[in-house]
Design a protein around this ligand. Structure first.
Ligand code: UN1
Length: 500
């Protein structure tokens, strides 16, 4: 069966009435062999405005539904995702090039956030606060916010949407989603699944809108004053364009941008554990996660041992079609990612780096962009090491004392995820303390990627400061109202003000 036939079958099973065999301007491709899967017509500024209008109308109805009843819709969404896990995972593999297990894992992440959101639908709580005035009560309520714009990237084509959407839906919001142009089909499959969940539970059918297209489509969404929150995942460059536009109309943003994640490997580290953690984080999703490990900062006393083990592990990595069960490294998303990989390797070499393994094109499937993941020993943290290259390049830096390691670690503009491998409790605690890692995620004895949805996900500095997913991230999708209620017959003023 051809890949296109496979996609058509998946769409039939999911029940997505998507016509993608026309001659629209959006070309849907698979990175597996670069072949075209179909074409879709892009939205226009006018159609985006119409969809925001439909989402706004759905919101006005949805916000009146009690939150636990909204949870029933998200529970159904989670059930349907369980049912379609294999198919949606396969679509992620076909459109984003993830290996089968990671494609499925991404759908699992969606199911998990639905579970979390369903529980939250009964826990959207505010505080009761002591009032200074007699016969008064002060409290806060969290109300639905409105239409949430979600902009997502190709590398987590469905999970990132669900982190935002599952919470937004229980919070009483509607969603207008602009997926990456590279992964439009998975988005349309999710839309069909969400529409089915809405039909089954009586939720408004316009609760989720999908807009597809290039820059002008994103701009129309970002600039629309009916969208109080824009949650954007992607490059720092994209975030720097989106944030000022939304700020110009005093809207809110939730930004999840680039990472340049590092792991410190201390002398006491369990090296077996460290090697496994490093390889998964650096090479998983072919180095195309925002949480991918890009820098190893290793103590000089164990460097040779660690590097030898890493090189040995890298040299046995199965590279090839992500549809093959044994593959661990699939393709890069496109030609431009492959050229970014090559340029980074060239630059690292001219900065004095030594390529210890990989760094070249690999035999994969004809038409796809497959590479041998690279490990590059660097004499210093040069500009290329400080940049996020969205490909499997792992730079090795060496340190003598932990202060130096932490300075190197924090010496980049991004601040998403981080790790230390150590058996020394003082080092571990220091790393996760206020003077340790400056990232939103700081791990001990696990890698930088593969975060669970229960924690707040996001990072500092140029990563954008947003937090999605677990903990109290739901608050982003609501507006807080502080209420002071006078149940007395007097009207005492706060701060003791006397007004006649
Ligand atoms: C991303 O790369 O955009 O921690 C998100 C992880 C995943 C999410 C990554 N749970 O790797």
């Amino acid at each position: 069966m051809s890949i296109t036939e496979h996609v058509t079958e998946i769409f039939e099973r999911i029940g997505a009435p998507v016509g993608f065999s026309g001659d629209g301007e959006i070309v849907c491709c698979t990175p597996i062999d670069g072949s075209e899967l179909g074409r879709l017509t892009a939205d226009t500024a006018a159609s985006v405005a119409d969809k925001v209008g439909a989402a706004q109308a759905a919101f006005e109805q949805w916000r009146t539904v009690p939150a636990p009843a909204r949870g029933a819709f998200v529970r159904e969404l989670g059930e349907l995702l369980r049912e379609h896990k294999d198919d949606l995972g396969a679509l992620v593999t076909i459109e984003a090039g993830k290996i089968v297990s990671e494609g499925q894992g991404e759908v699992q992440e969606m199911i998990d956030i639905c579970d979390l959101a369903v529980g939250l639908s009964r826990q959207l709580h505010g505080l009761t606060i002591a009032s200074e005035r007699p016969g008064h009560r002060m409290m806060e309520q969290w109300h639905p916010l409105g239409v949430v714009g979600v902009i997502s990237a190709f590398n987590f084509p469905v999970a990132v949407w669900s982190w935002n959407a599952a919470l937004a839906f229980v919070c009483g919001d509607s969603v207008v989603w602009k997926p990456s142009e590279k992964t439009v089909l998975t988005a349309l499959a999710c839309q069909a699944i969400a529409a089915e969940a809405a039909r089954r539970t009586g939720a408004p059918e316009d609760l989720l809108q999908v807009v597809v297209g290039a820059r002008e489509v994103g701009e129309a969404l970002v600039d629309d004053p009916r969208v109080p929150l824009v949650s954007a995942t992607g490059s720092t460059r994209m975030g720097k364009e989106v944030a000022p536009r939304v700020a110009a109309r005093l809207g809110r943003t939730l930004l999840e941008l680039g990472g340049n994640n590092a792991a410190i490997i201390a002398p006491s580290a369990d090296l077996d554990l460290a090697v496994r953690g490093i390889v998964f984080s650096a090479v998983g999703t072919a180095g195309q996660r925002c949480t991918s490990l890009r820098r190893v900062i290793v103590h000089e006393s164990i460097k040779d041992d660690l590097v030898a083990r890493l090189v040995a592990a890298y040299e046995t990595l199965p590279i090839g079609s992500p549809l093959d069960g044994g593959t661990l490294v699939g393709p890069l998303i496109d030609a431009s990612a492959a050229s970014g990989f090559e340029k980074a390797i060239d630059q690292a070499r001219s900065d004095g780096g030594t390529v210890l393994t990989g760094g070249t094109q690999a035999d994969g499937v004809e038409g796809g962009h497959y590479v041998h993941p690279a490990i590059v020993d660097m004499p210093a943290q040069t500009d290329i090491v400080k940049a996020e290259t969205f490909a499997p390049v792992l730079y090795v830096l060496t340190y003598r004392d932990l202060d130096e390691a932490i300075a190197l670690h924090n010496g980049v503009s991004q601040g998403l995820s981080s790790a230390i491998f150590t058996m020394d409790v003082r080092e571990a605690e220091l790393f996760v303390s206020a003077t340790g890692s400056d990232c939103g995620i700081a791990n001990v004895n696990i890698g930088t990627s593969g975060a669970e949805i229960g924690g707040a996900f996001g990072g500092e500095k140029e990563t954008g400061g947003g937090r999605e997913s677990g903990s109290d991230a739901w608050r982003n999708y609501m507006r807080r109202a502080t209420n002071t209620i006078n149940y007395s017959t007097e009207l005492p003023l706060a701060q003791g003000v006397d007004f006649g």
